[in-house]
Ligand binder design. Structure first.
Ligand SMILES: N[C@@H](CCC(=O)N[C@@H](CS)C(=O)NCC(=O)O)C(=O)O
Length: 321
């Protein structure tokens, strides 16, 4: 989502070329030469990127603001201590312009570059990459039959929570824009301006794309409650979710998926708290009251989520590679 970055400039040039040809009335030979120049530029940029990078592959996590699915990947990287950089984009823009979802983990090694575009696959990659080099730190990522089955159900619950929150928050433009990054000083100005100007378009896109209708939201709310009722039983004694053994990735996944309604202060880390989060008093009152009713209804999940965030969310020391 950086159209003006040096590696994307040839693409911009090629997109603008037909317009320039029409406006300037360039003949076929000049147009062909201009096209060849653009293709050569793009080819050169591509080859430059093939230069091997020194050291191990670099990890870059592409994210948006208030996403609990992004938070799942970010928290796992932080807890593992994997060295990575975060690359934030304004909410909804990536899916609207590039048809891609977040989180996306880019593994950059110069000549070979890969991208993983699904949070579950990111967790499997981290387990594969770090389980032998750092077995102690990566142990919480080990998948089991039970954890994979729960992961599938937590992902479905996370989608229900997202629909519940969008349904309530989309009519509140200022608050929604803050969650999408309108106050983030690190986001490019064009993204923030676009989000503000095109808010009705973005909101409509979310409503259609994620089926944020009153009926679907009601059904999501019922499924989320049914799932939480089962988690309450599992967490009666204070956790962990698997009811034995040390803390596991599945605990982090449940806490991250619940974070949008539990609202732990530590969600997303320091940058998020400063530029995305809304203090309690700035939440629209009816939404806040609705969410706080869930705290009373599901006290074990609420307490467990708060505890994990307070005790386990701080990034671990970076692993040596
Ligand atoms: N199954 C995917 C779902 C990811 C997903 O739905 N991400 C949302 C954010 S919660 C997204 O990409 N939204 C588009 C955007 O805001 O650019 C995963 O687990 O990674």
């Amino acid at each position: 989502m950086k159209p003006f970055a040096p590696e994307n400039r040839p693409n911009l040039y090629l997109v603008a070329l037909p317009l320039a040809v029409a406006v300037l009335g360039l003949g076929p030979w000049t147009a062909a030469l201009a096209l060849l120049a653009g293709l050569a530029w793009r080819w050169g940029v591509g080859f430059k990127a093939l230069t091997p990078l020194p050291g191990p592959p670099r990890l870059r996590l592409e994210t948006i603001g208030a996403s609990h699915i992004v938070e799942k990947a970010r928290w796992h990287l932080d807890r593992l201590g994997a060295p990575y950089e975060e690359d934030r984009v304004g909410g909804v823009l990536g899916i609207l312009f590039l048809a891609r979802s977040v989180p996306r983990l880019h593994v950059e090694a110069g000549a070979s570059r890969s991208t993983i575009g699904d949070s579950r696959e990111i967790l499997r990659f981290l387990w594969g990459r770090y389980s032998t080099s750092h077995p102690k730190e990566a142990a919480f990522l080990q998948p089991t039959v039970e954890s994979l089955e729960l992961e599938r159900r937590i992902d479905a619950y996370a989608e229900d929570v997202r629909r519940m929150i969008y349904h309530r928050l989309l009519p509140h433009r200022t608050e929604m824009l803050r969650f999408w990054g309108s106050d983030d000083p690190a986001l490019p100005a064009w993204q923030k301006t676009f989000m503000r100007v095109a808010y009705p378009l973005l909101a409509g896109f979310v409503i259609r794309g994620l089926e944020v209708t009153p009926e679907r939201s009601r059904r999501s709310e019922a499924s989320a409650r049914a799932f939480l009722a089962q988690m309450e039983q599992r967490l009666e004694r204070g956790g962990p979710v698997l009811q034995r053994g040390p803390l596991h990735s599945i605990d982090l996944q449940l806490a991250a998926a619940s974070a949008l309604w539990v609202r732990p202060f530590e969600f997303g880390g320091r940058w998020y708290a400063e530029h995305y989060d809304l203090p309690r008093e700035r939440w629209p009152r009816e939404i806040r009251e609705d969410l706080e009713r869930l705290h009373e209804e599901f006290p074990h999940t609420t307490a467990y989520t708060r505890r994990l965030y307070a005790e386990e969310r701080a990034p671990r020391p970076r692993l040596s590679e």
